[in-house]
Design a protein around this ligand. Structure first.
Ligand SMILES: O=C(O)CC1=CCC(=O)O1
Length: 256
């Protein structure tokens, strides 16, 4: 299914589970699409309405010219939920998806009852880091940064295993314009102050080998929200729902 945004961008959305179940919405990371959650979803309790979408510039969603603003990515999530008539959901965001989750909770607490901040932070990297990344993909394409990205995404065991090639190929297939557009959104985002004002049940998840948002950074963001829980997945990098879906499902299922 596609949901059309105010600017005409079509966002690709998929649903699993019963439509009358409690809603869980998933927002993917930079350089991935909704297949990020493929291994996880079948492991979650069967009575939830599981909604996922490809953020703009990724997957089957349109790729408008960048740069994108974080406010636009948040508005996309908002429009998808409003279109589906979903309120009071658990919103699971990984990395840039976790930034979208924070932005949506700040803007529309009626949509988000519970927050899962996976491998994310209130602020990720520096403007110089994102400027370099944008310049690299615009000049040389996704292949130029793929090996460095795989090192941040996955722990050593996974990188030595048979599935790395699949995820690397999917990464290289991401449109550079969509990727660079989302890098610009991250570069412009600092949610430290607004996120520290959030008051809702929150679970943060980190991976011990995460080279993009290390555990201390994830915990620092979780600590901005009083009462938040923190879970650490061992021998996993930035995308633990791929590397260890069973452990991720155990932690997320417990929170749900
Ligand atoms: O550095 C990476 O590629 C990992 C990452 C940072 C933000 C995001 O969504 O993914």
């Amino acid at each position: 299914m596609f949901v059309t945004m105010k600017d005409g961008t079509r966002i690709h959305v998929a649903e699993d589970g019963p439509r009358d179940g409690r809603a869980v919405v998933f927002a993917n990371s930079l350089g991935t699409d909704m297949r990020l959650w493929d291994a996880l979803l079948p492991l979650l309790p069967g009575d939830f309405r599981l909604i996922r979408y490809d953020k703009r510039g990724h997957g089957k969603s349109d790729v408008p010219n960048g740069p994108y603003a974080m406010g636009t990515l948040v508005a996309d999530a908002e429009a998808v939920m409003d279109h589906l008539g979903v309120k009071g959901a658990t919103f699971v965001g990984l990395s840039i998806g976790g930034m979208i989750a924070q932005g949506l909770a700040i803007k529309r607490l009626d949509l988000v009852a519970r927050l899962v901040l996976s491998n994310t932070a209130a602020k990720i990297g520096t403007p110089a880091l994102w400027d370099d990344r944008i310049a690299a993909v615009r000049a040389h394409g996704m292949e130029a940064i793929a090996d460095n990205v795989m090192e941040r995404w996955f722990g050593r065991d996974f990188r030595d295993g048979p599935d790395l090639a699949t995820w690397r190929a999917r990464f290289v297939a991401v449109p550079p314009e969509g990727y660079a557009g989302c890098c610009a959104a991250i570069r412009g985002t600092d949610f430290y102050t607004p996120t520290s004002g959030l008051r809702l049940p929150t679970l943060a998840i980190a991976g011990t080998e995460d080279g993009a948002t290390p555990p201390d950074l994830v915990r620092e963001t979780a600590d901005l929200i009083p009462g938040s829980q923190f879970a650490l997945i061992r021998r996993a990098g930035h995308l633990p729902c791929i590397e260890n879906p069973a452990e991720y499902a155990r932690i997320l299922g417990g929170f749900l």
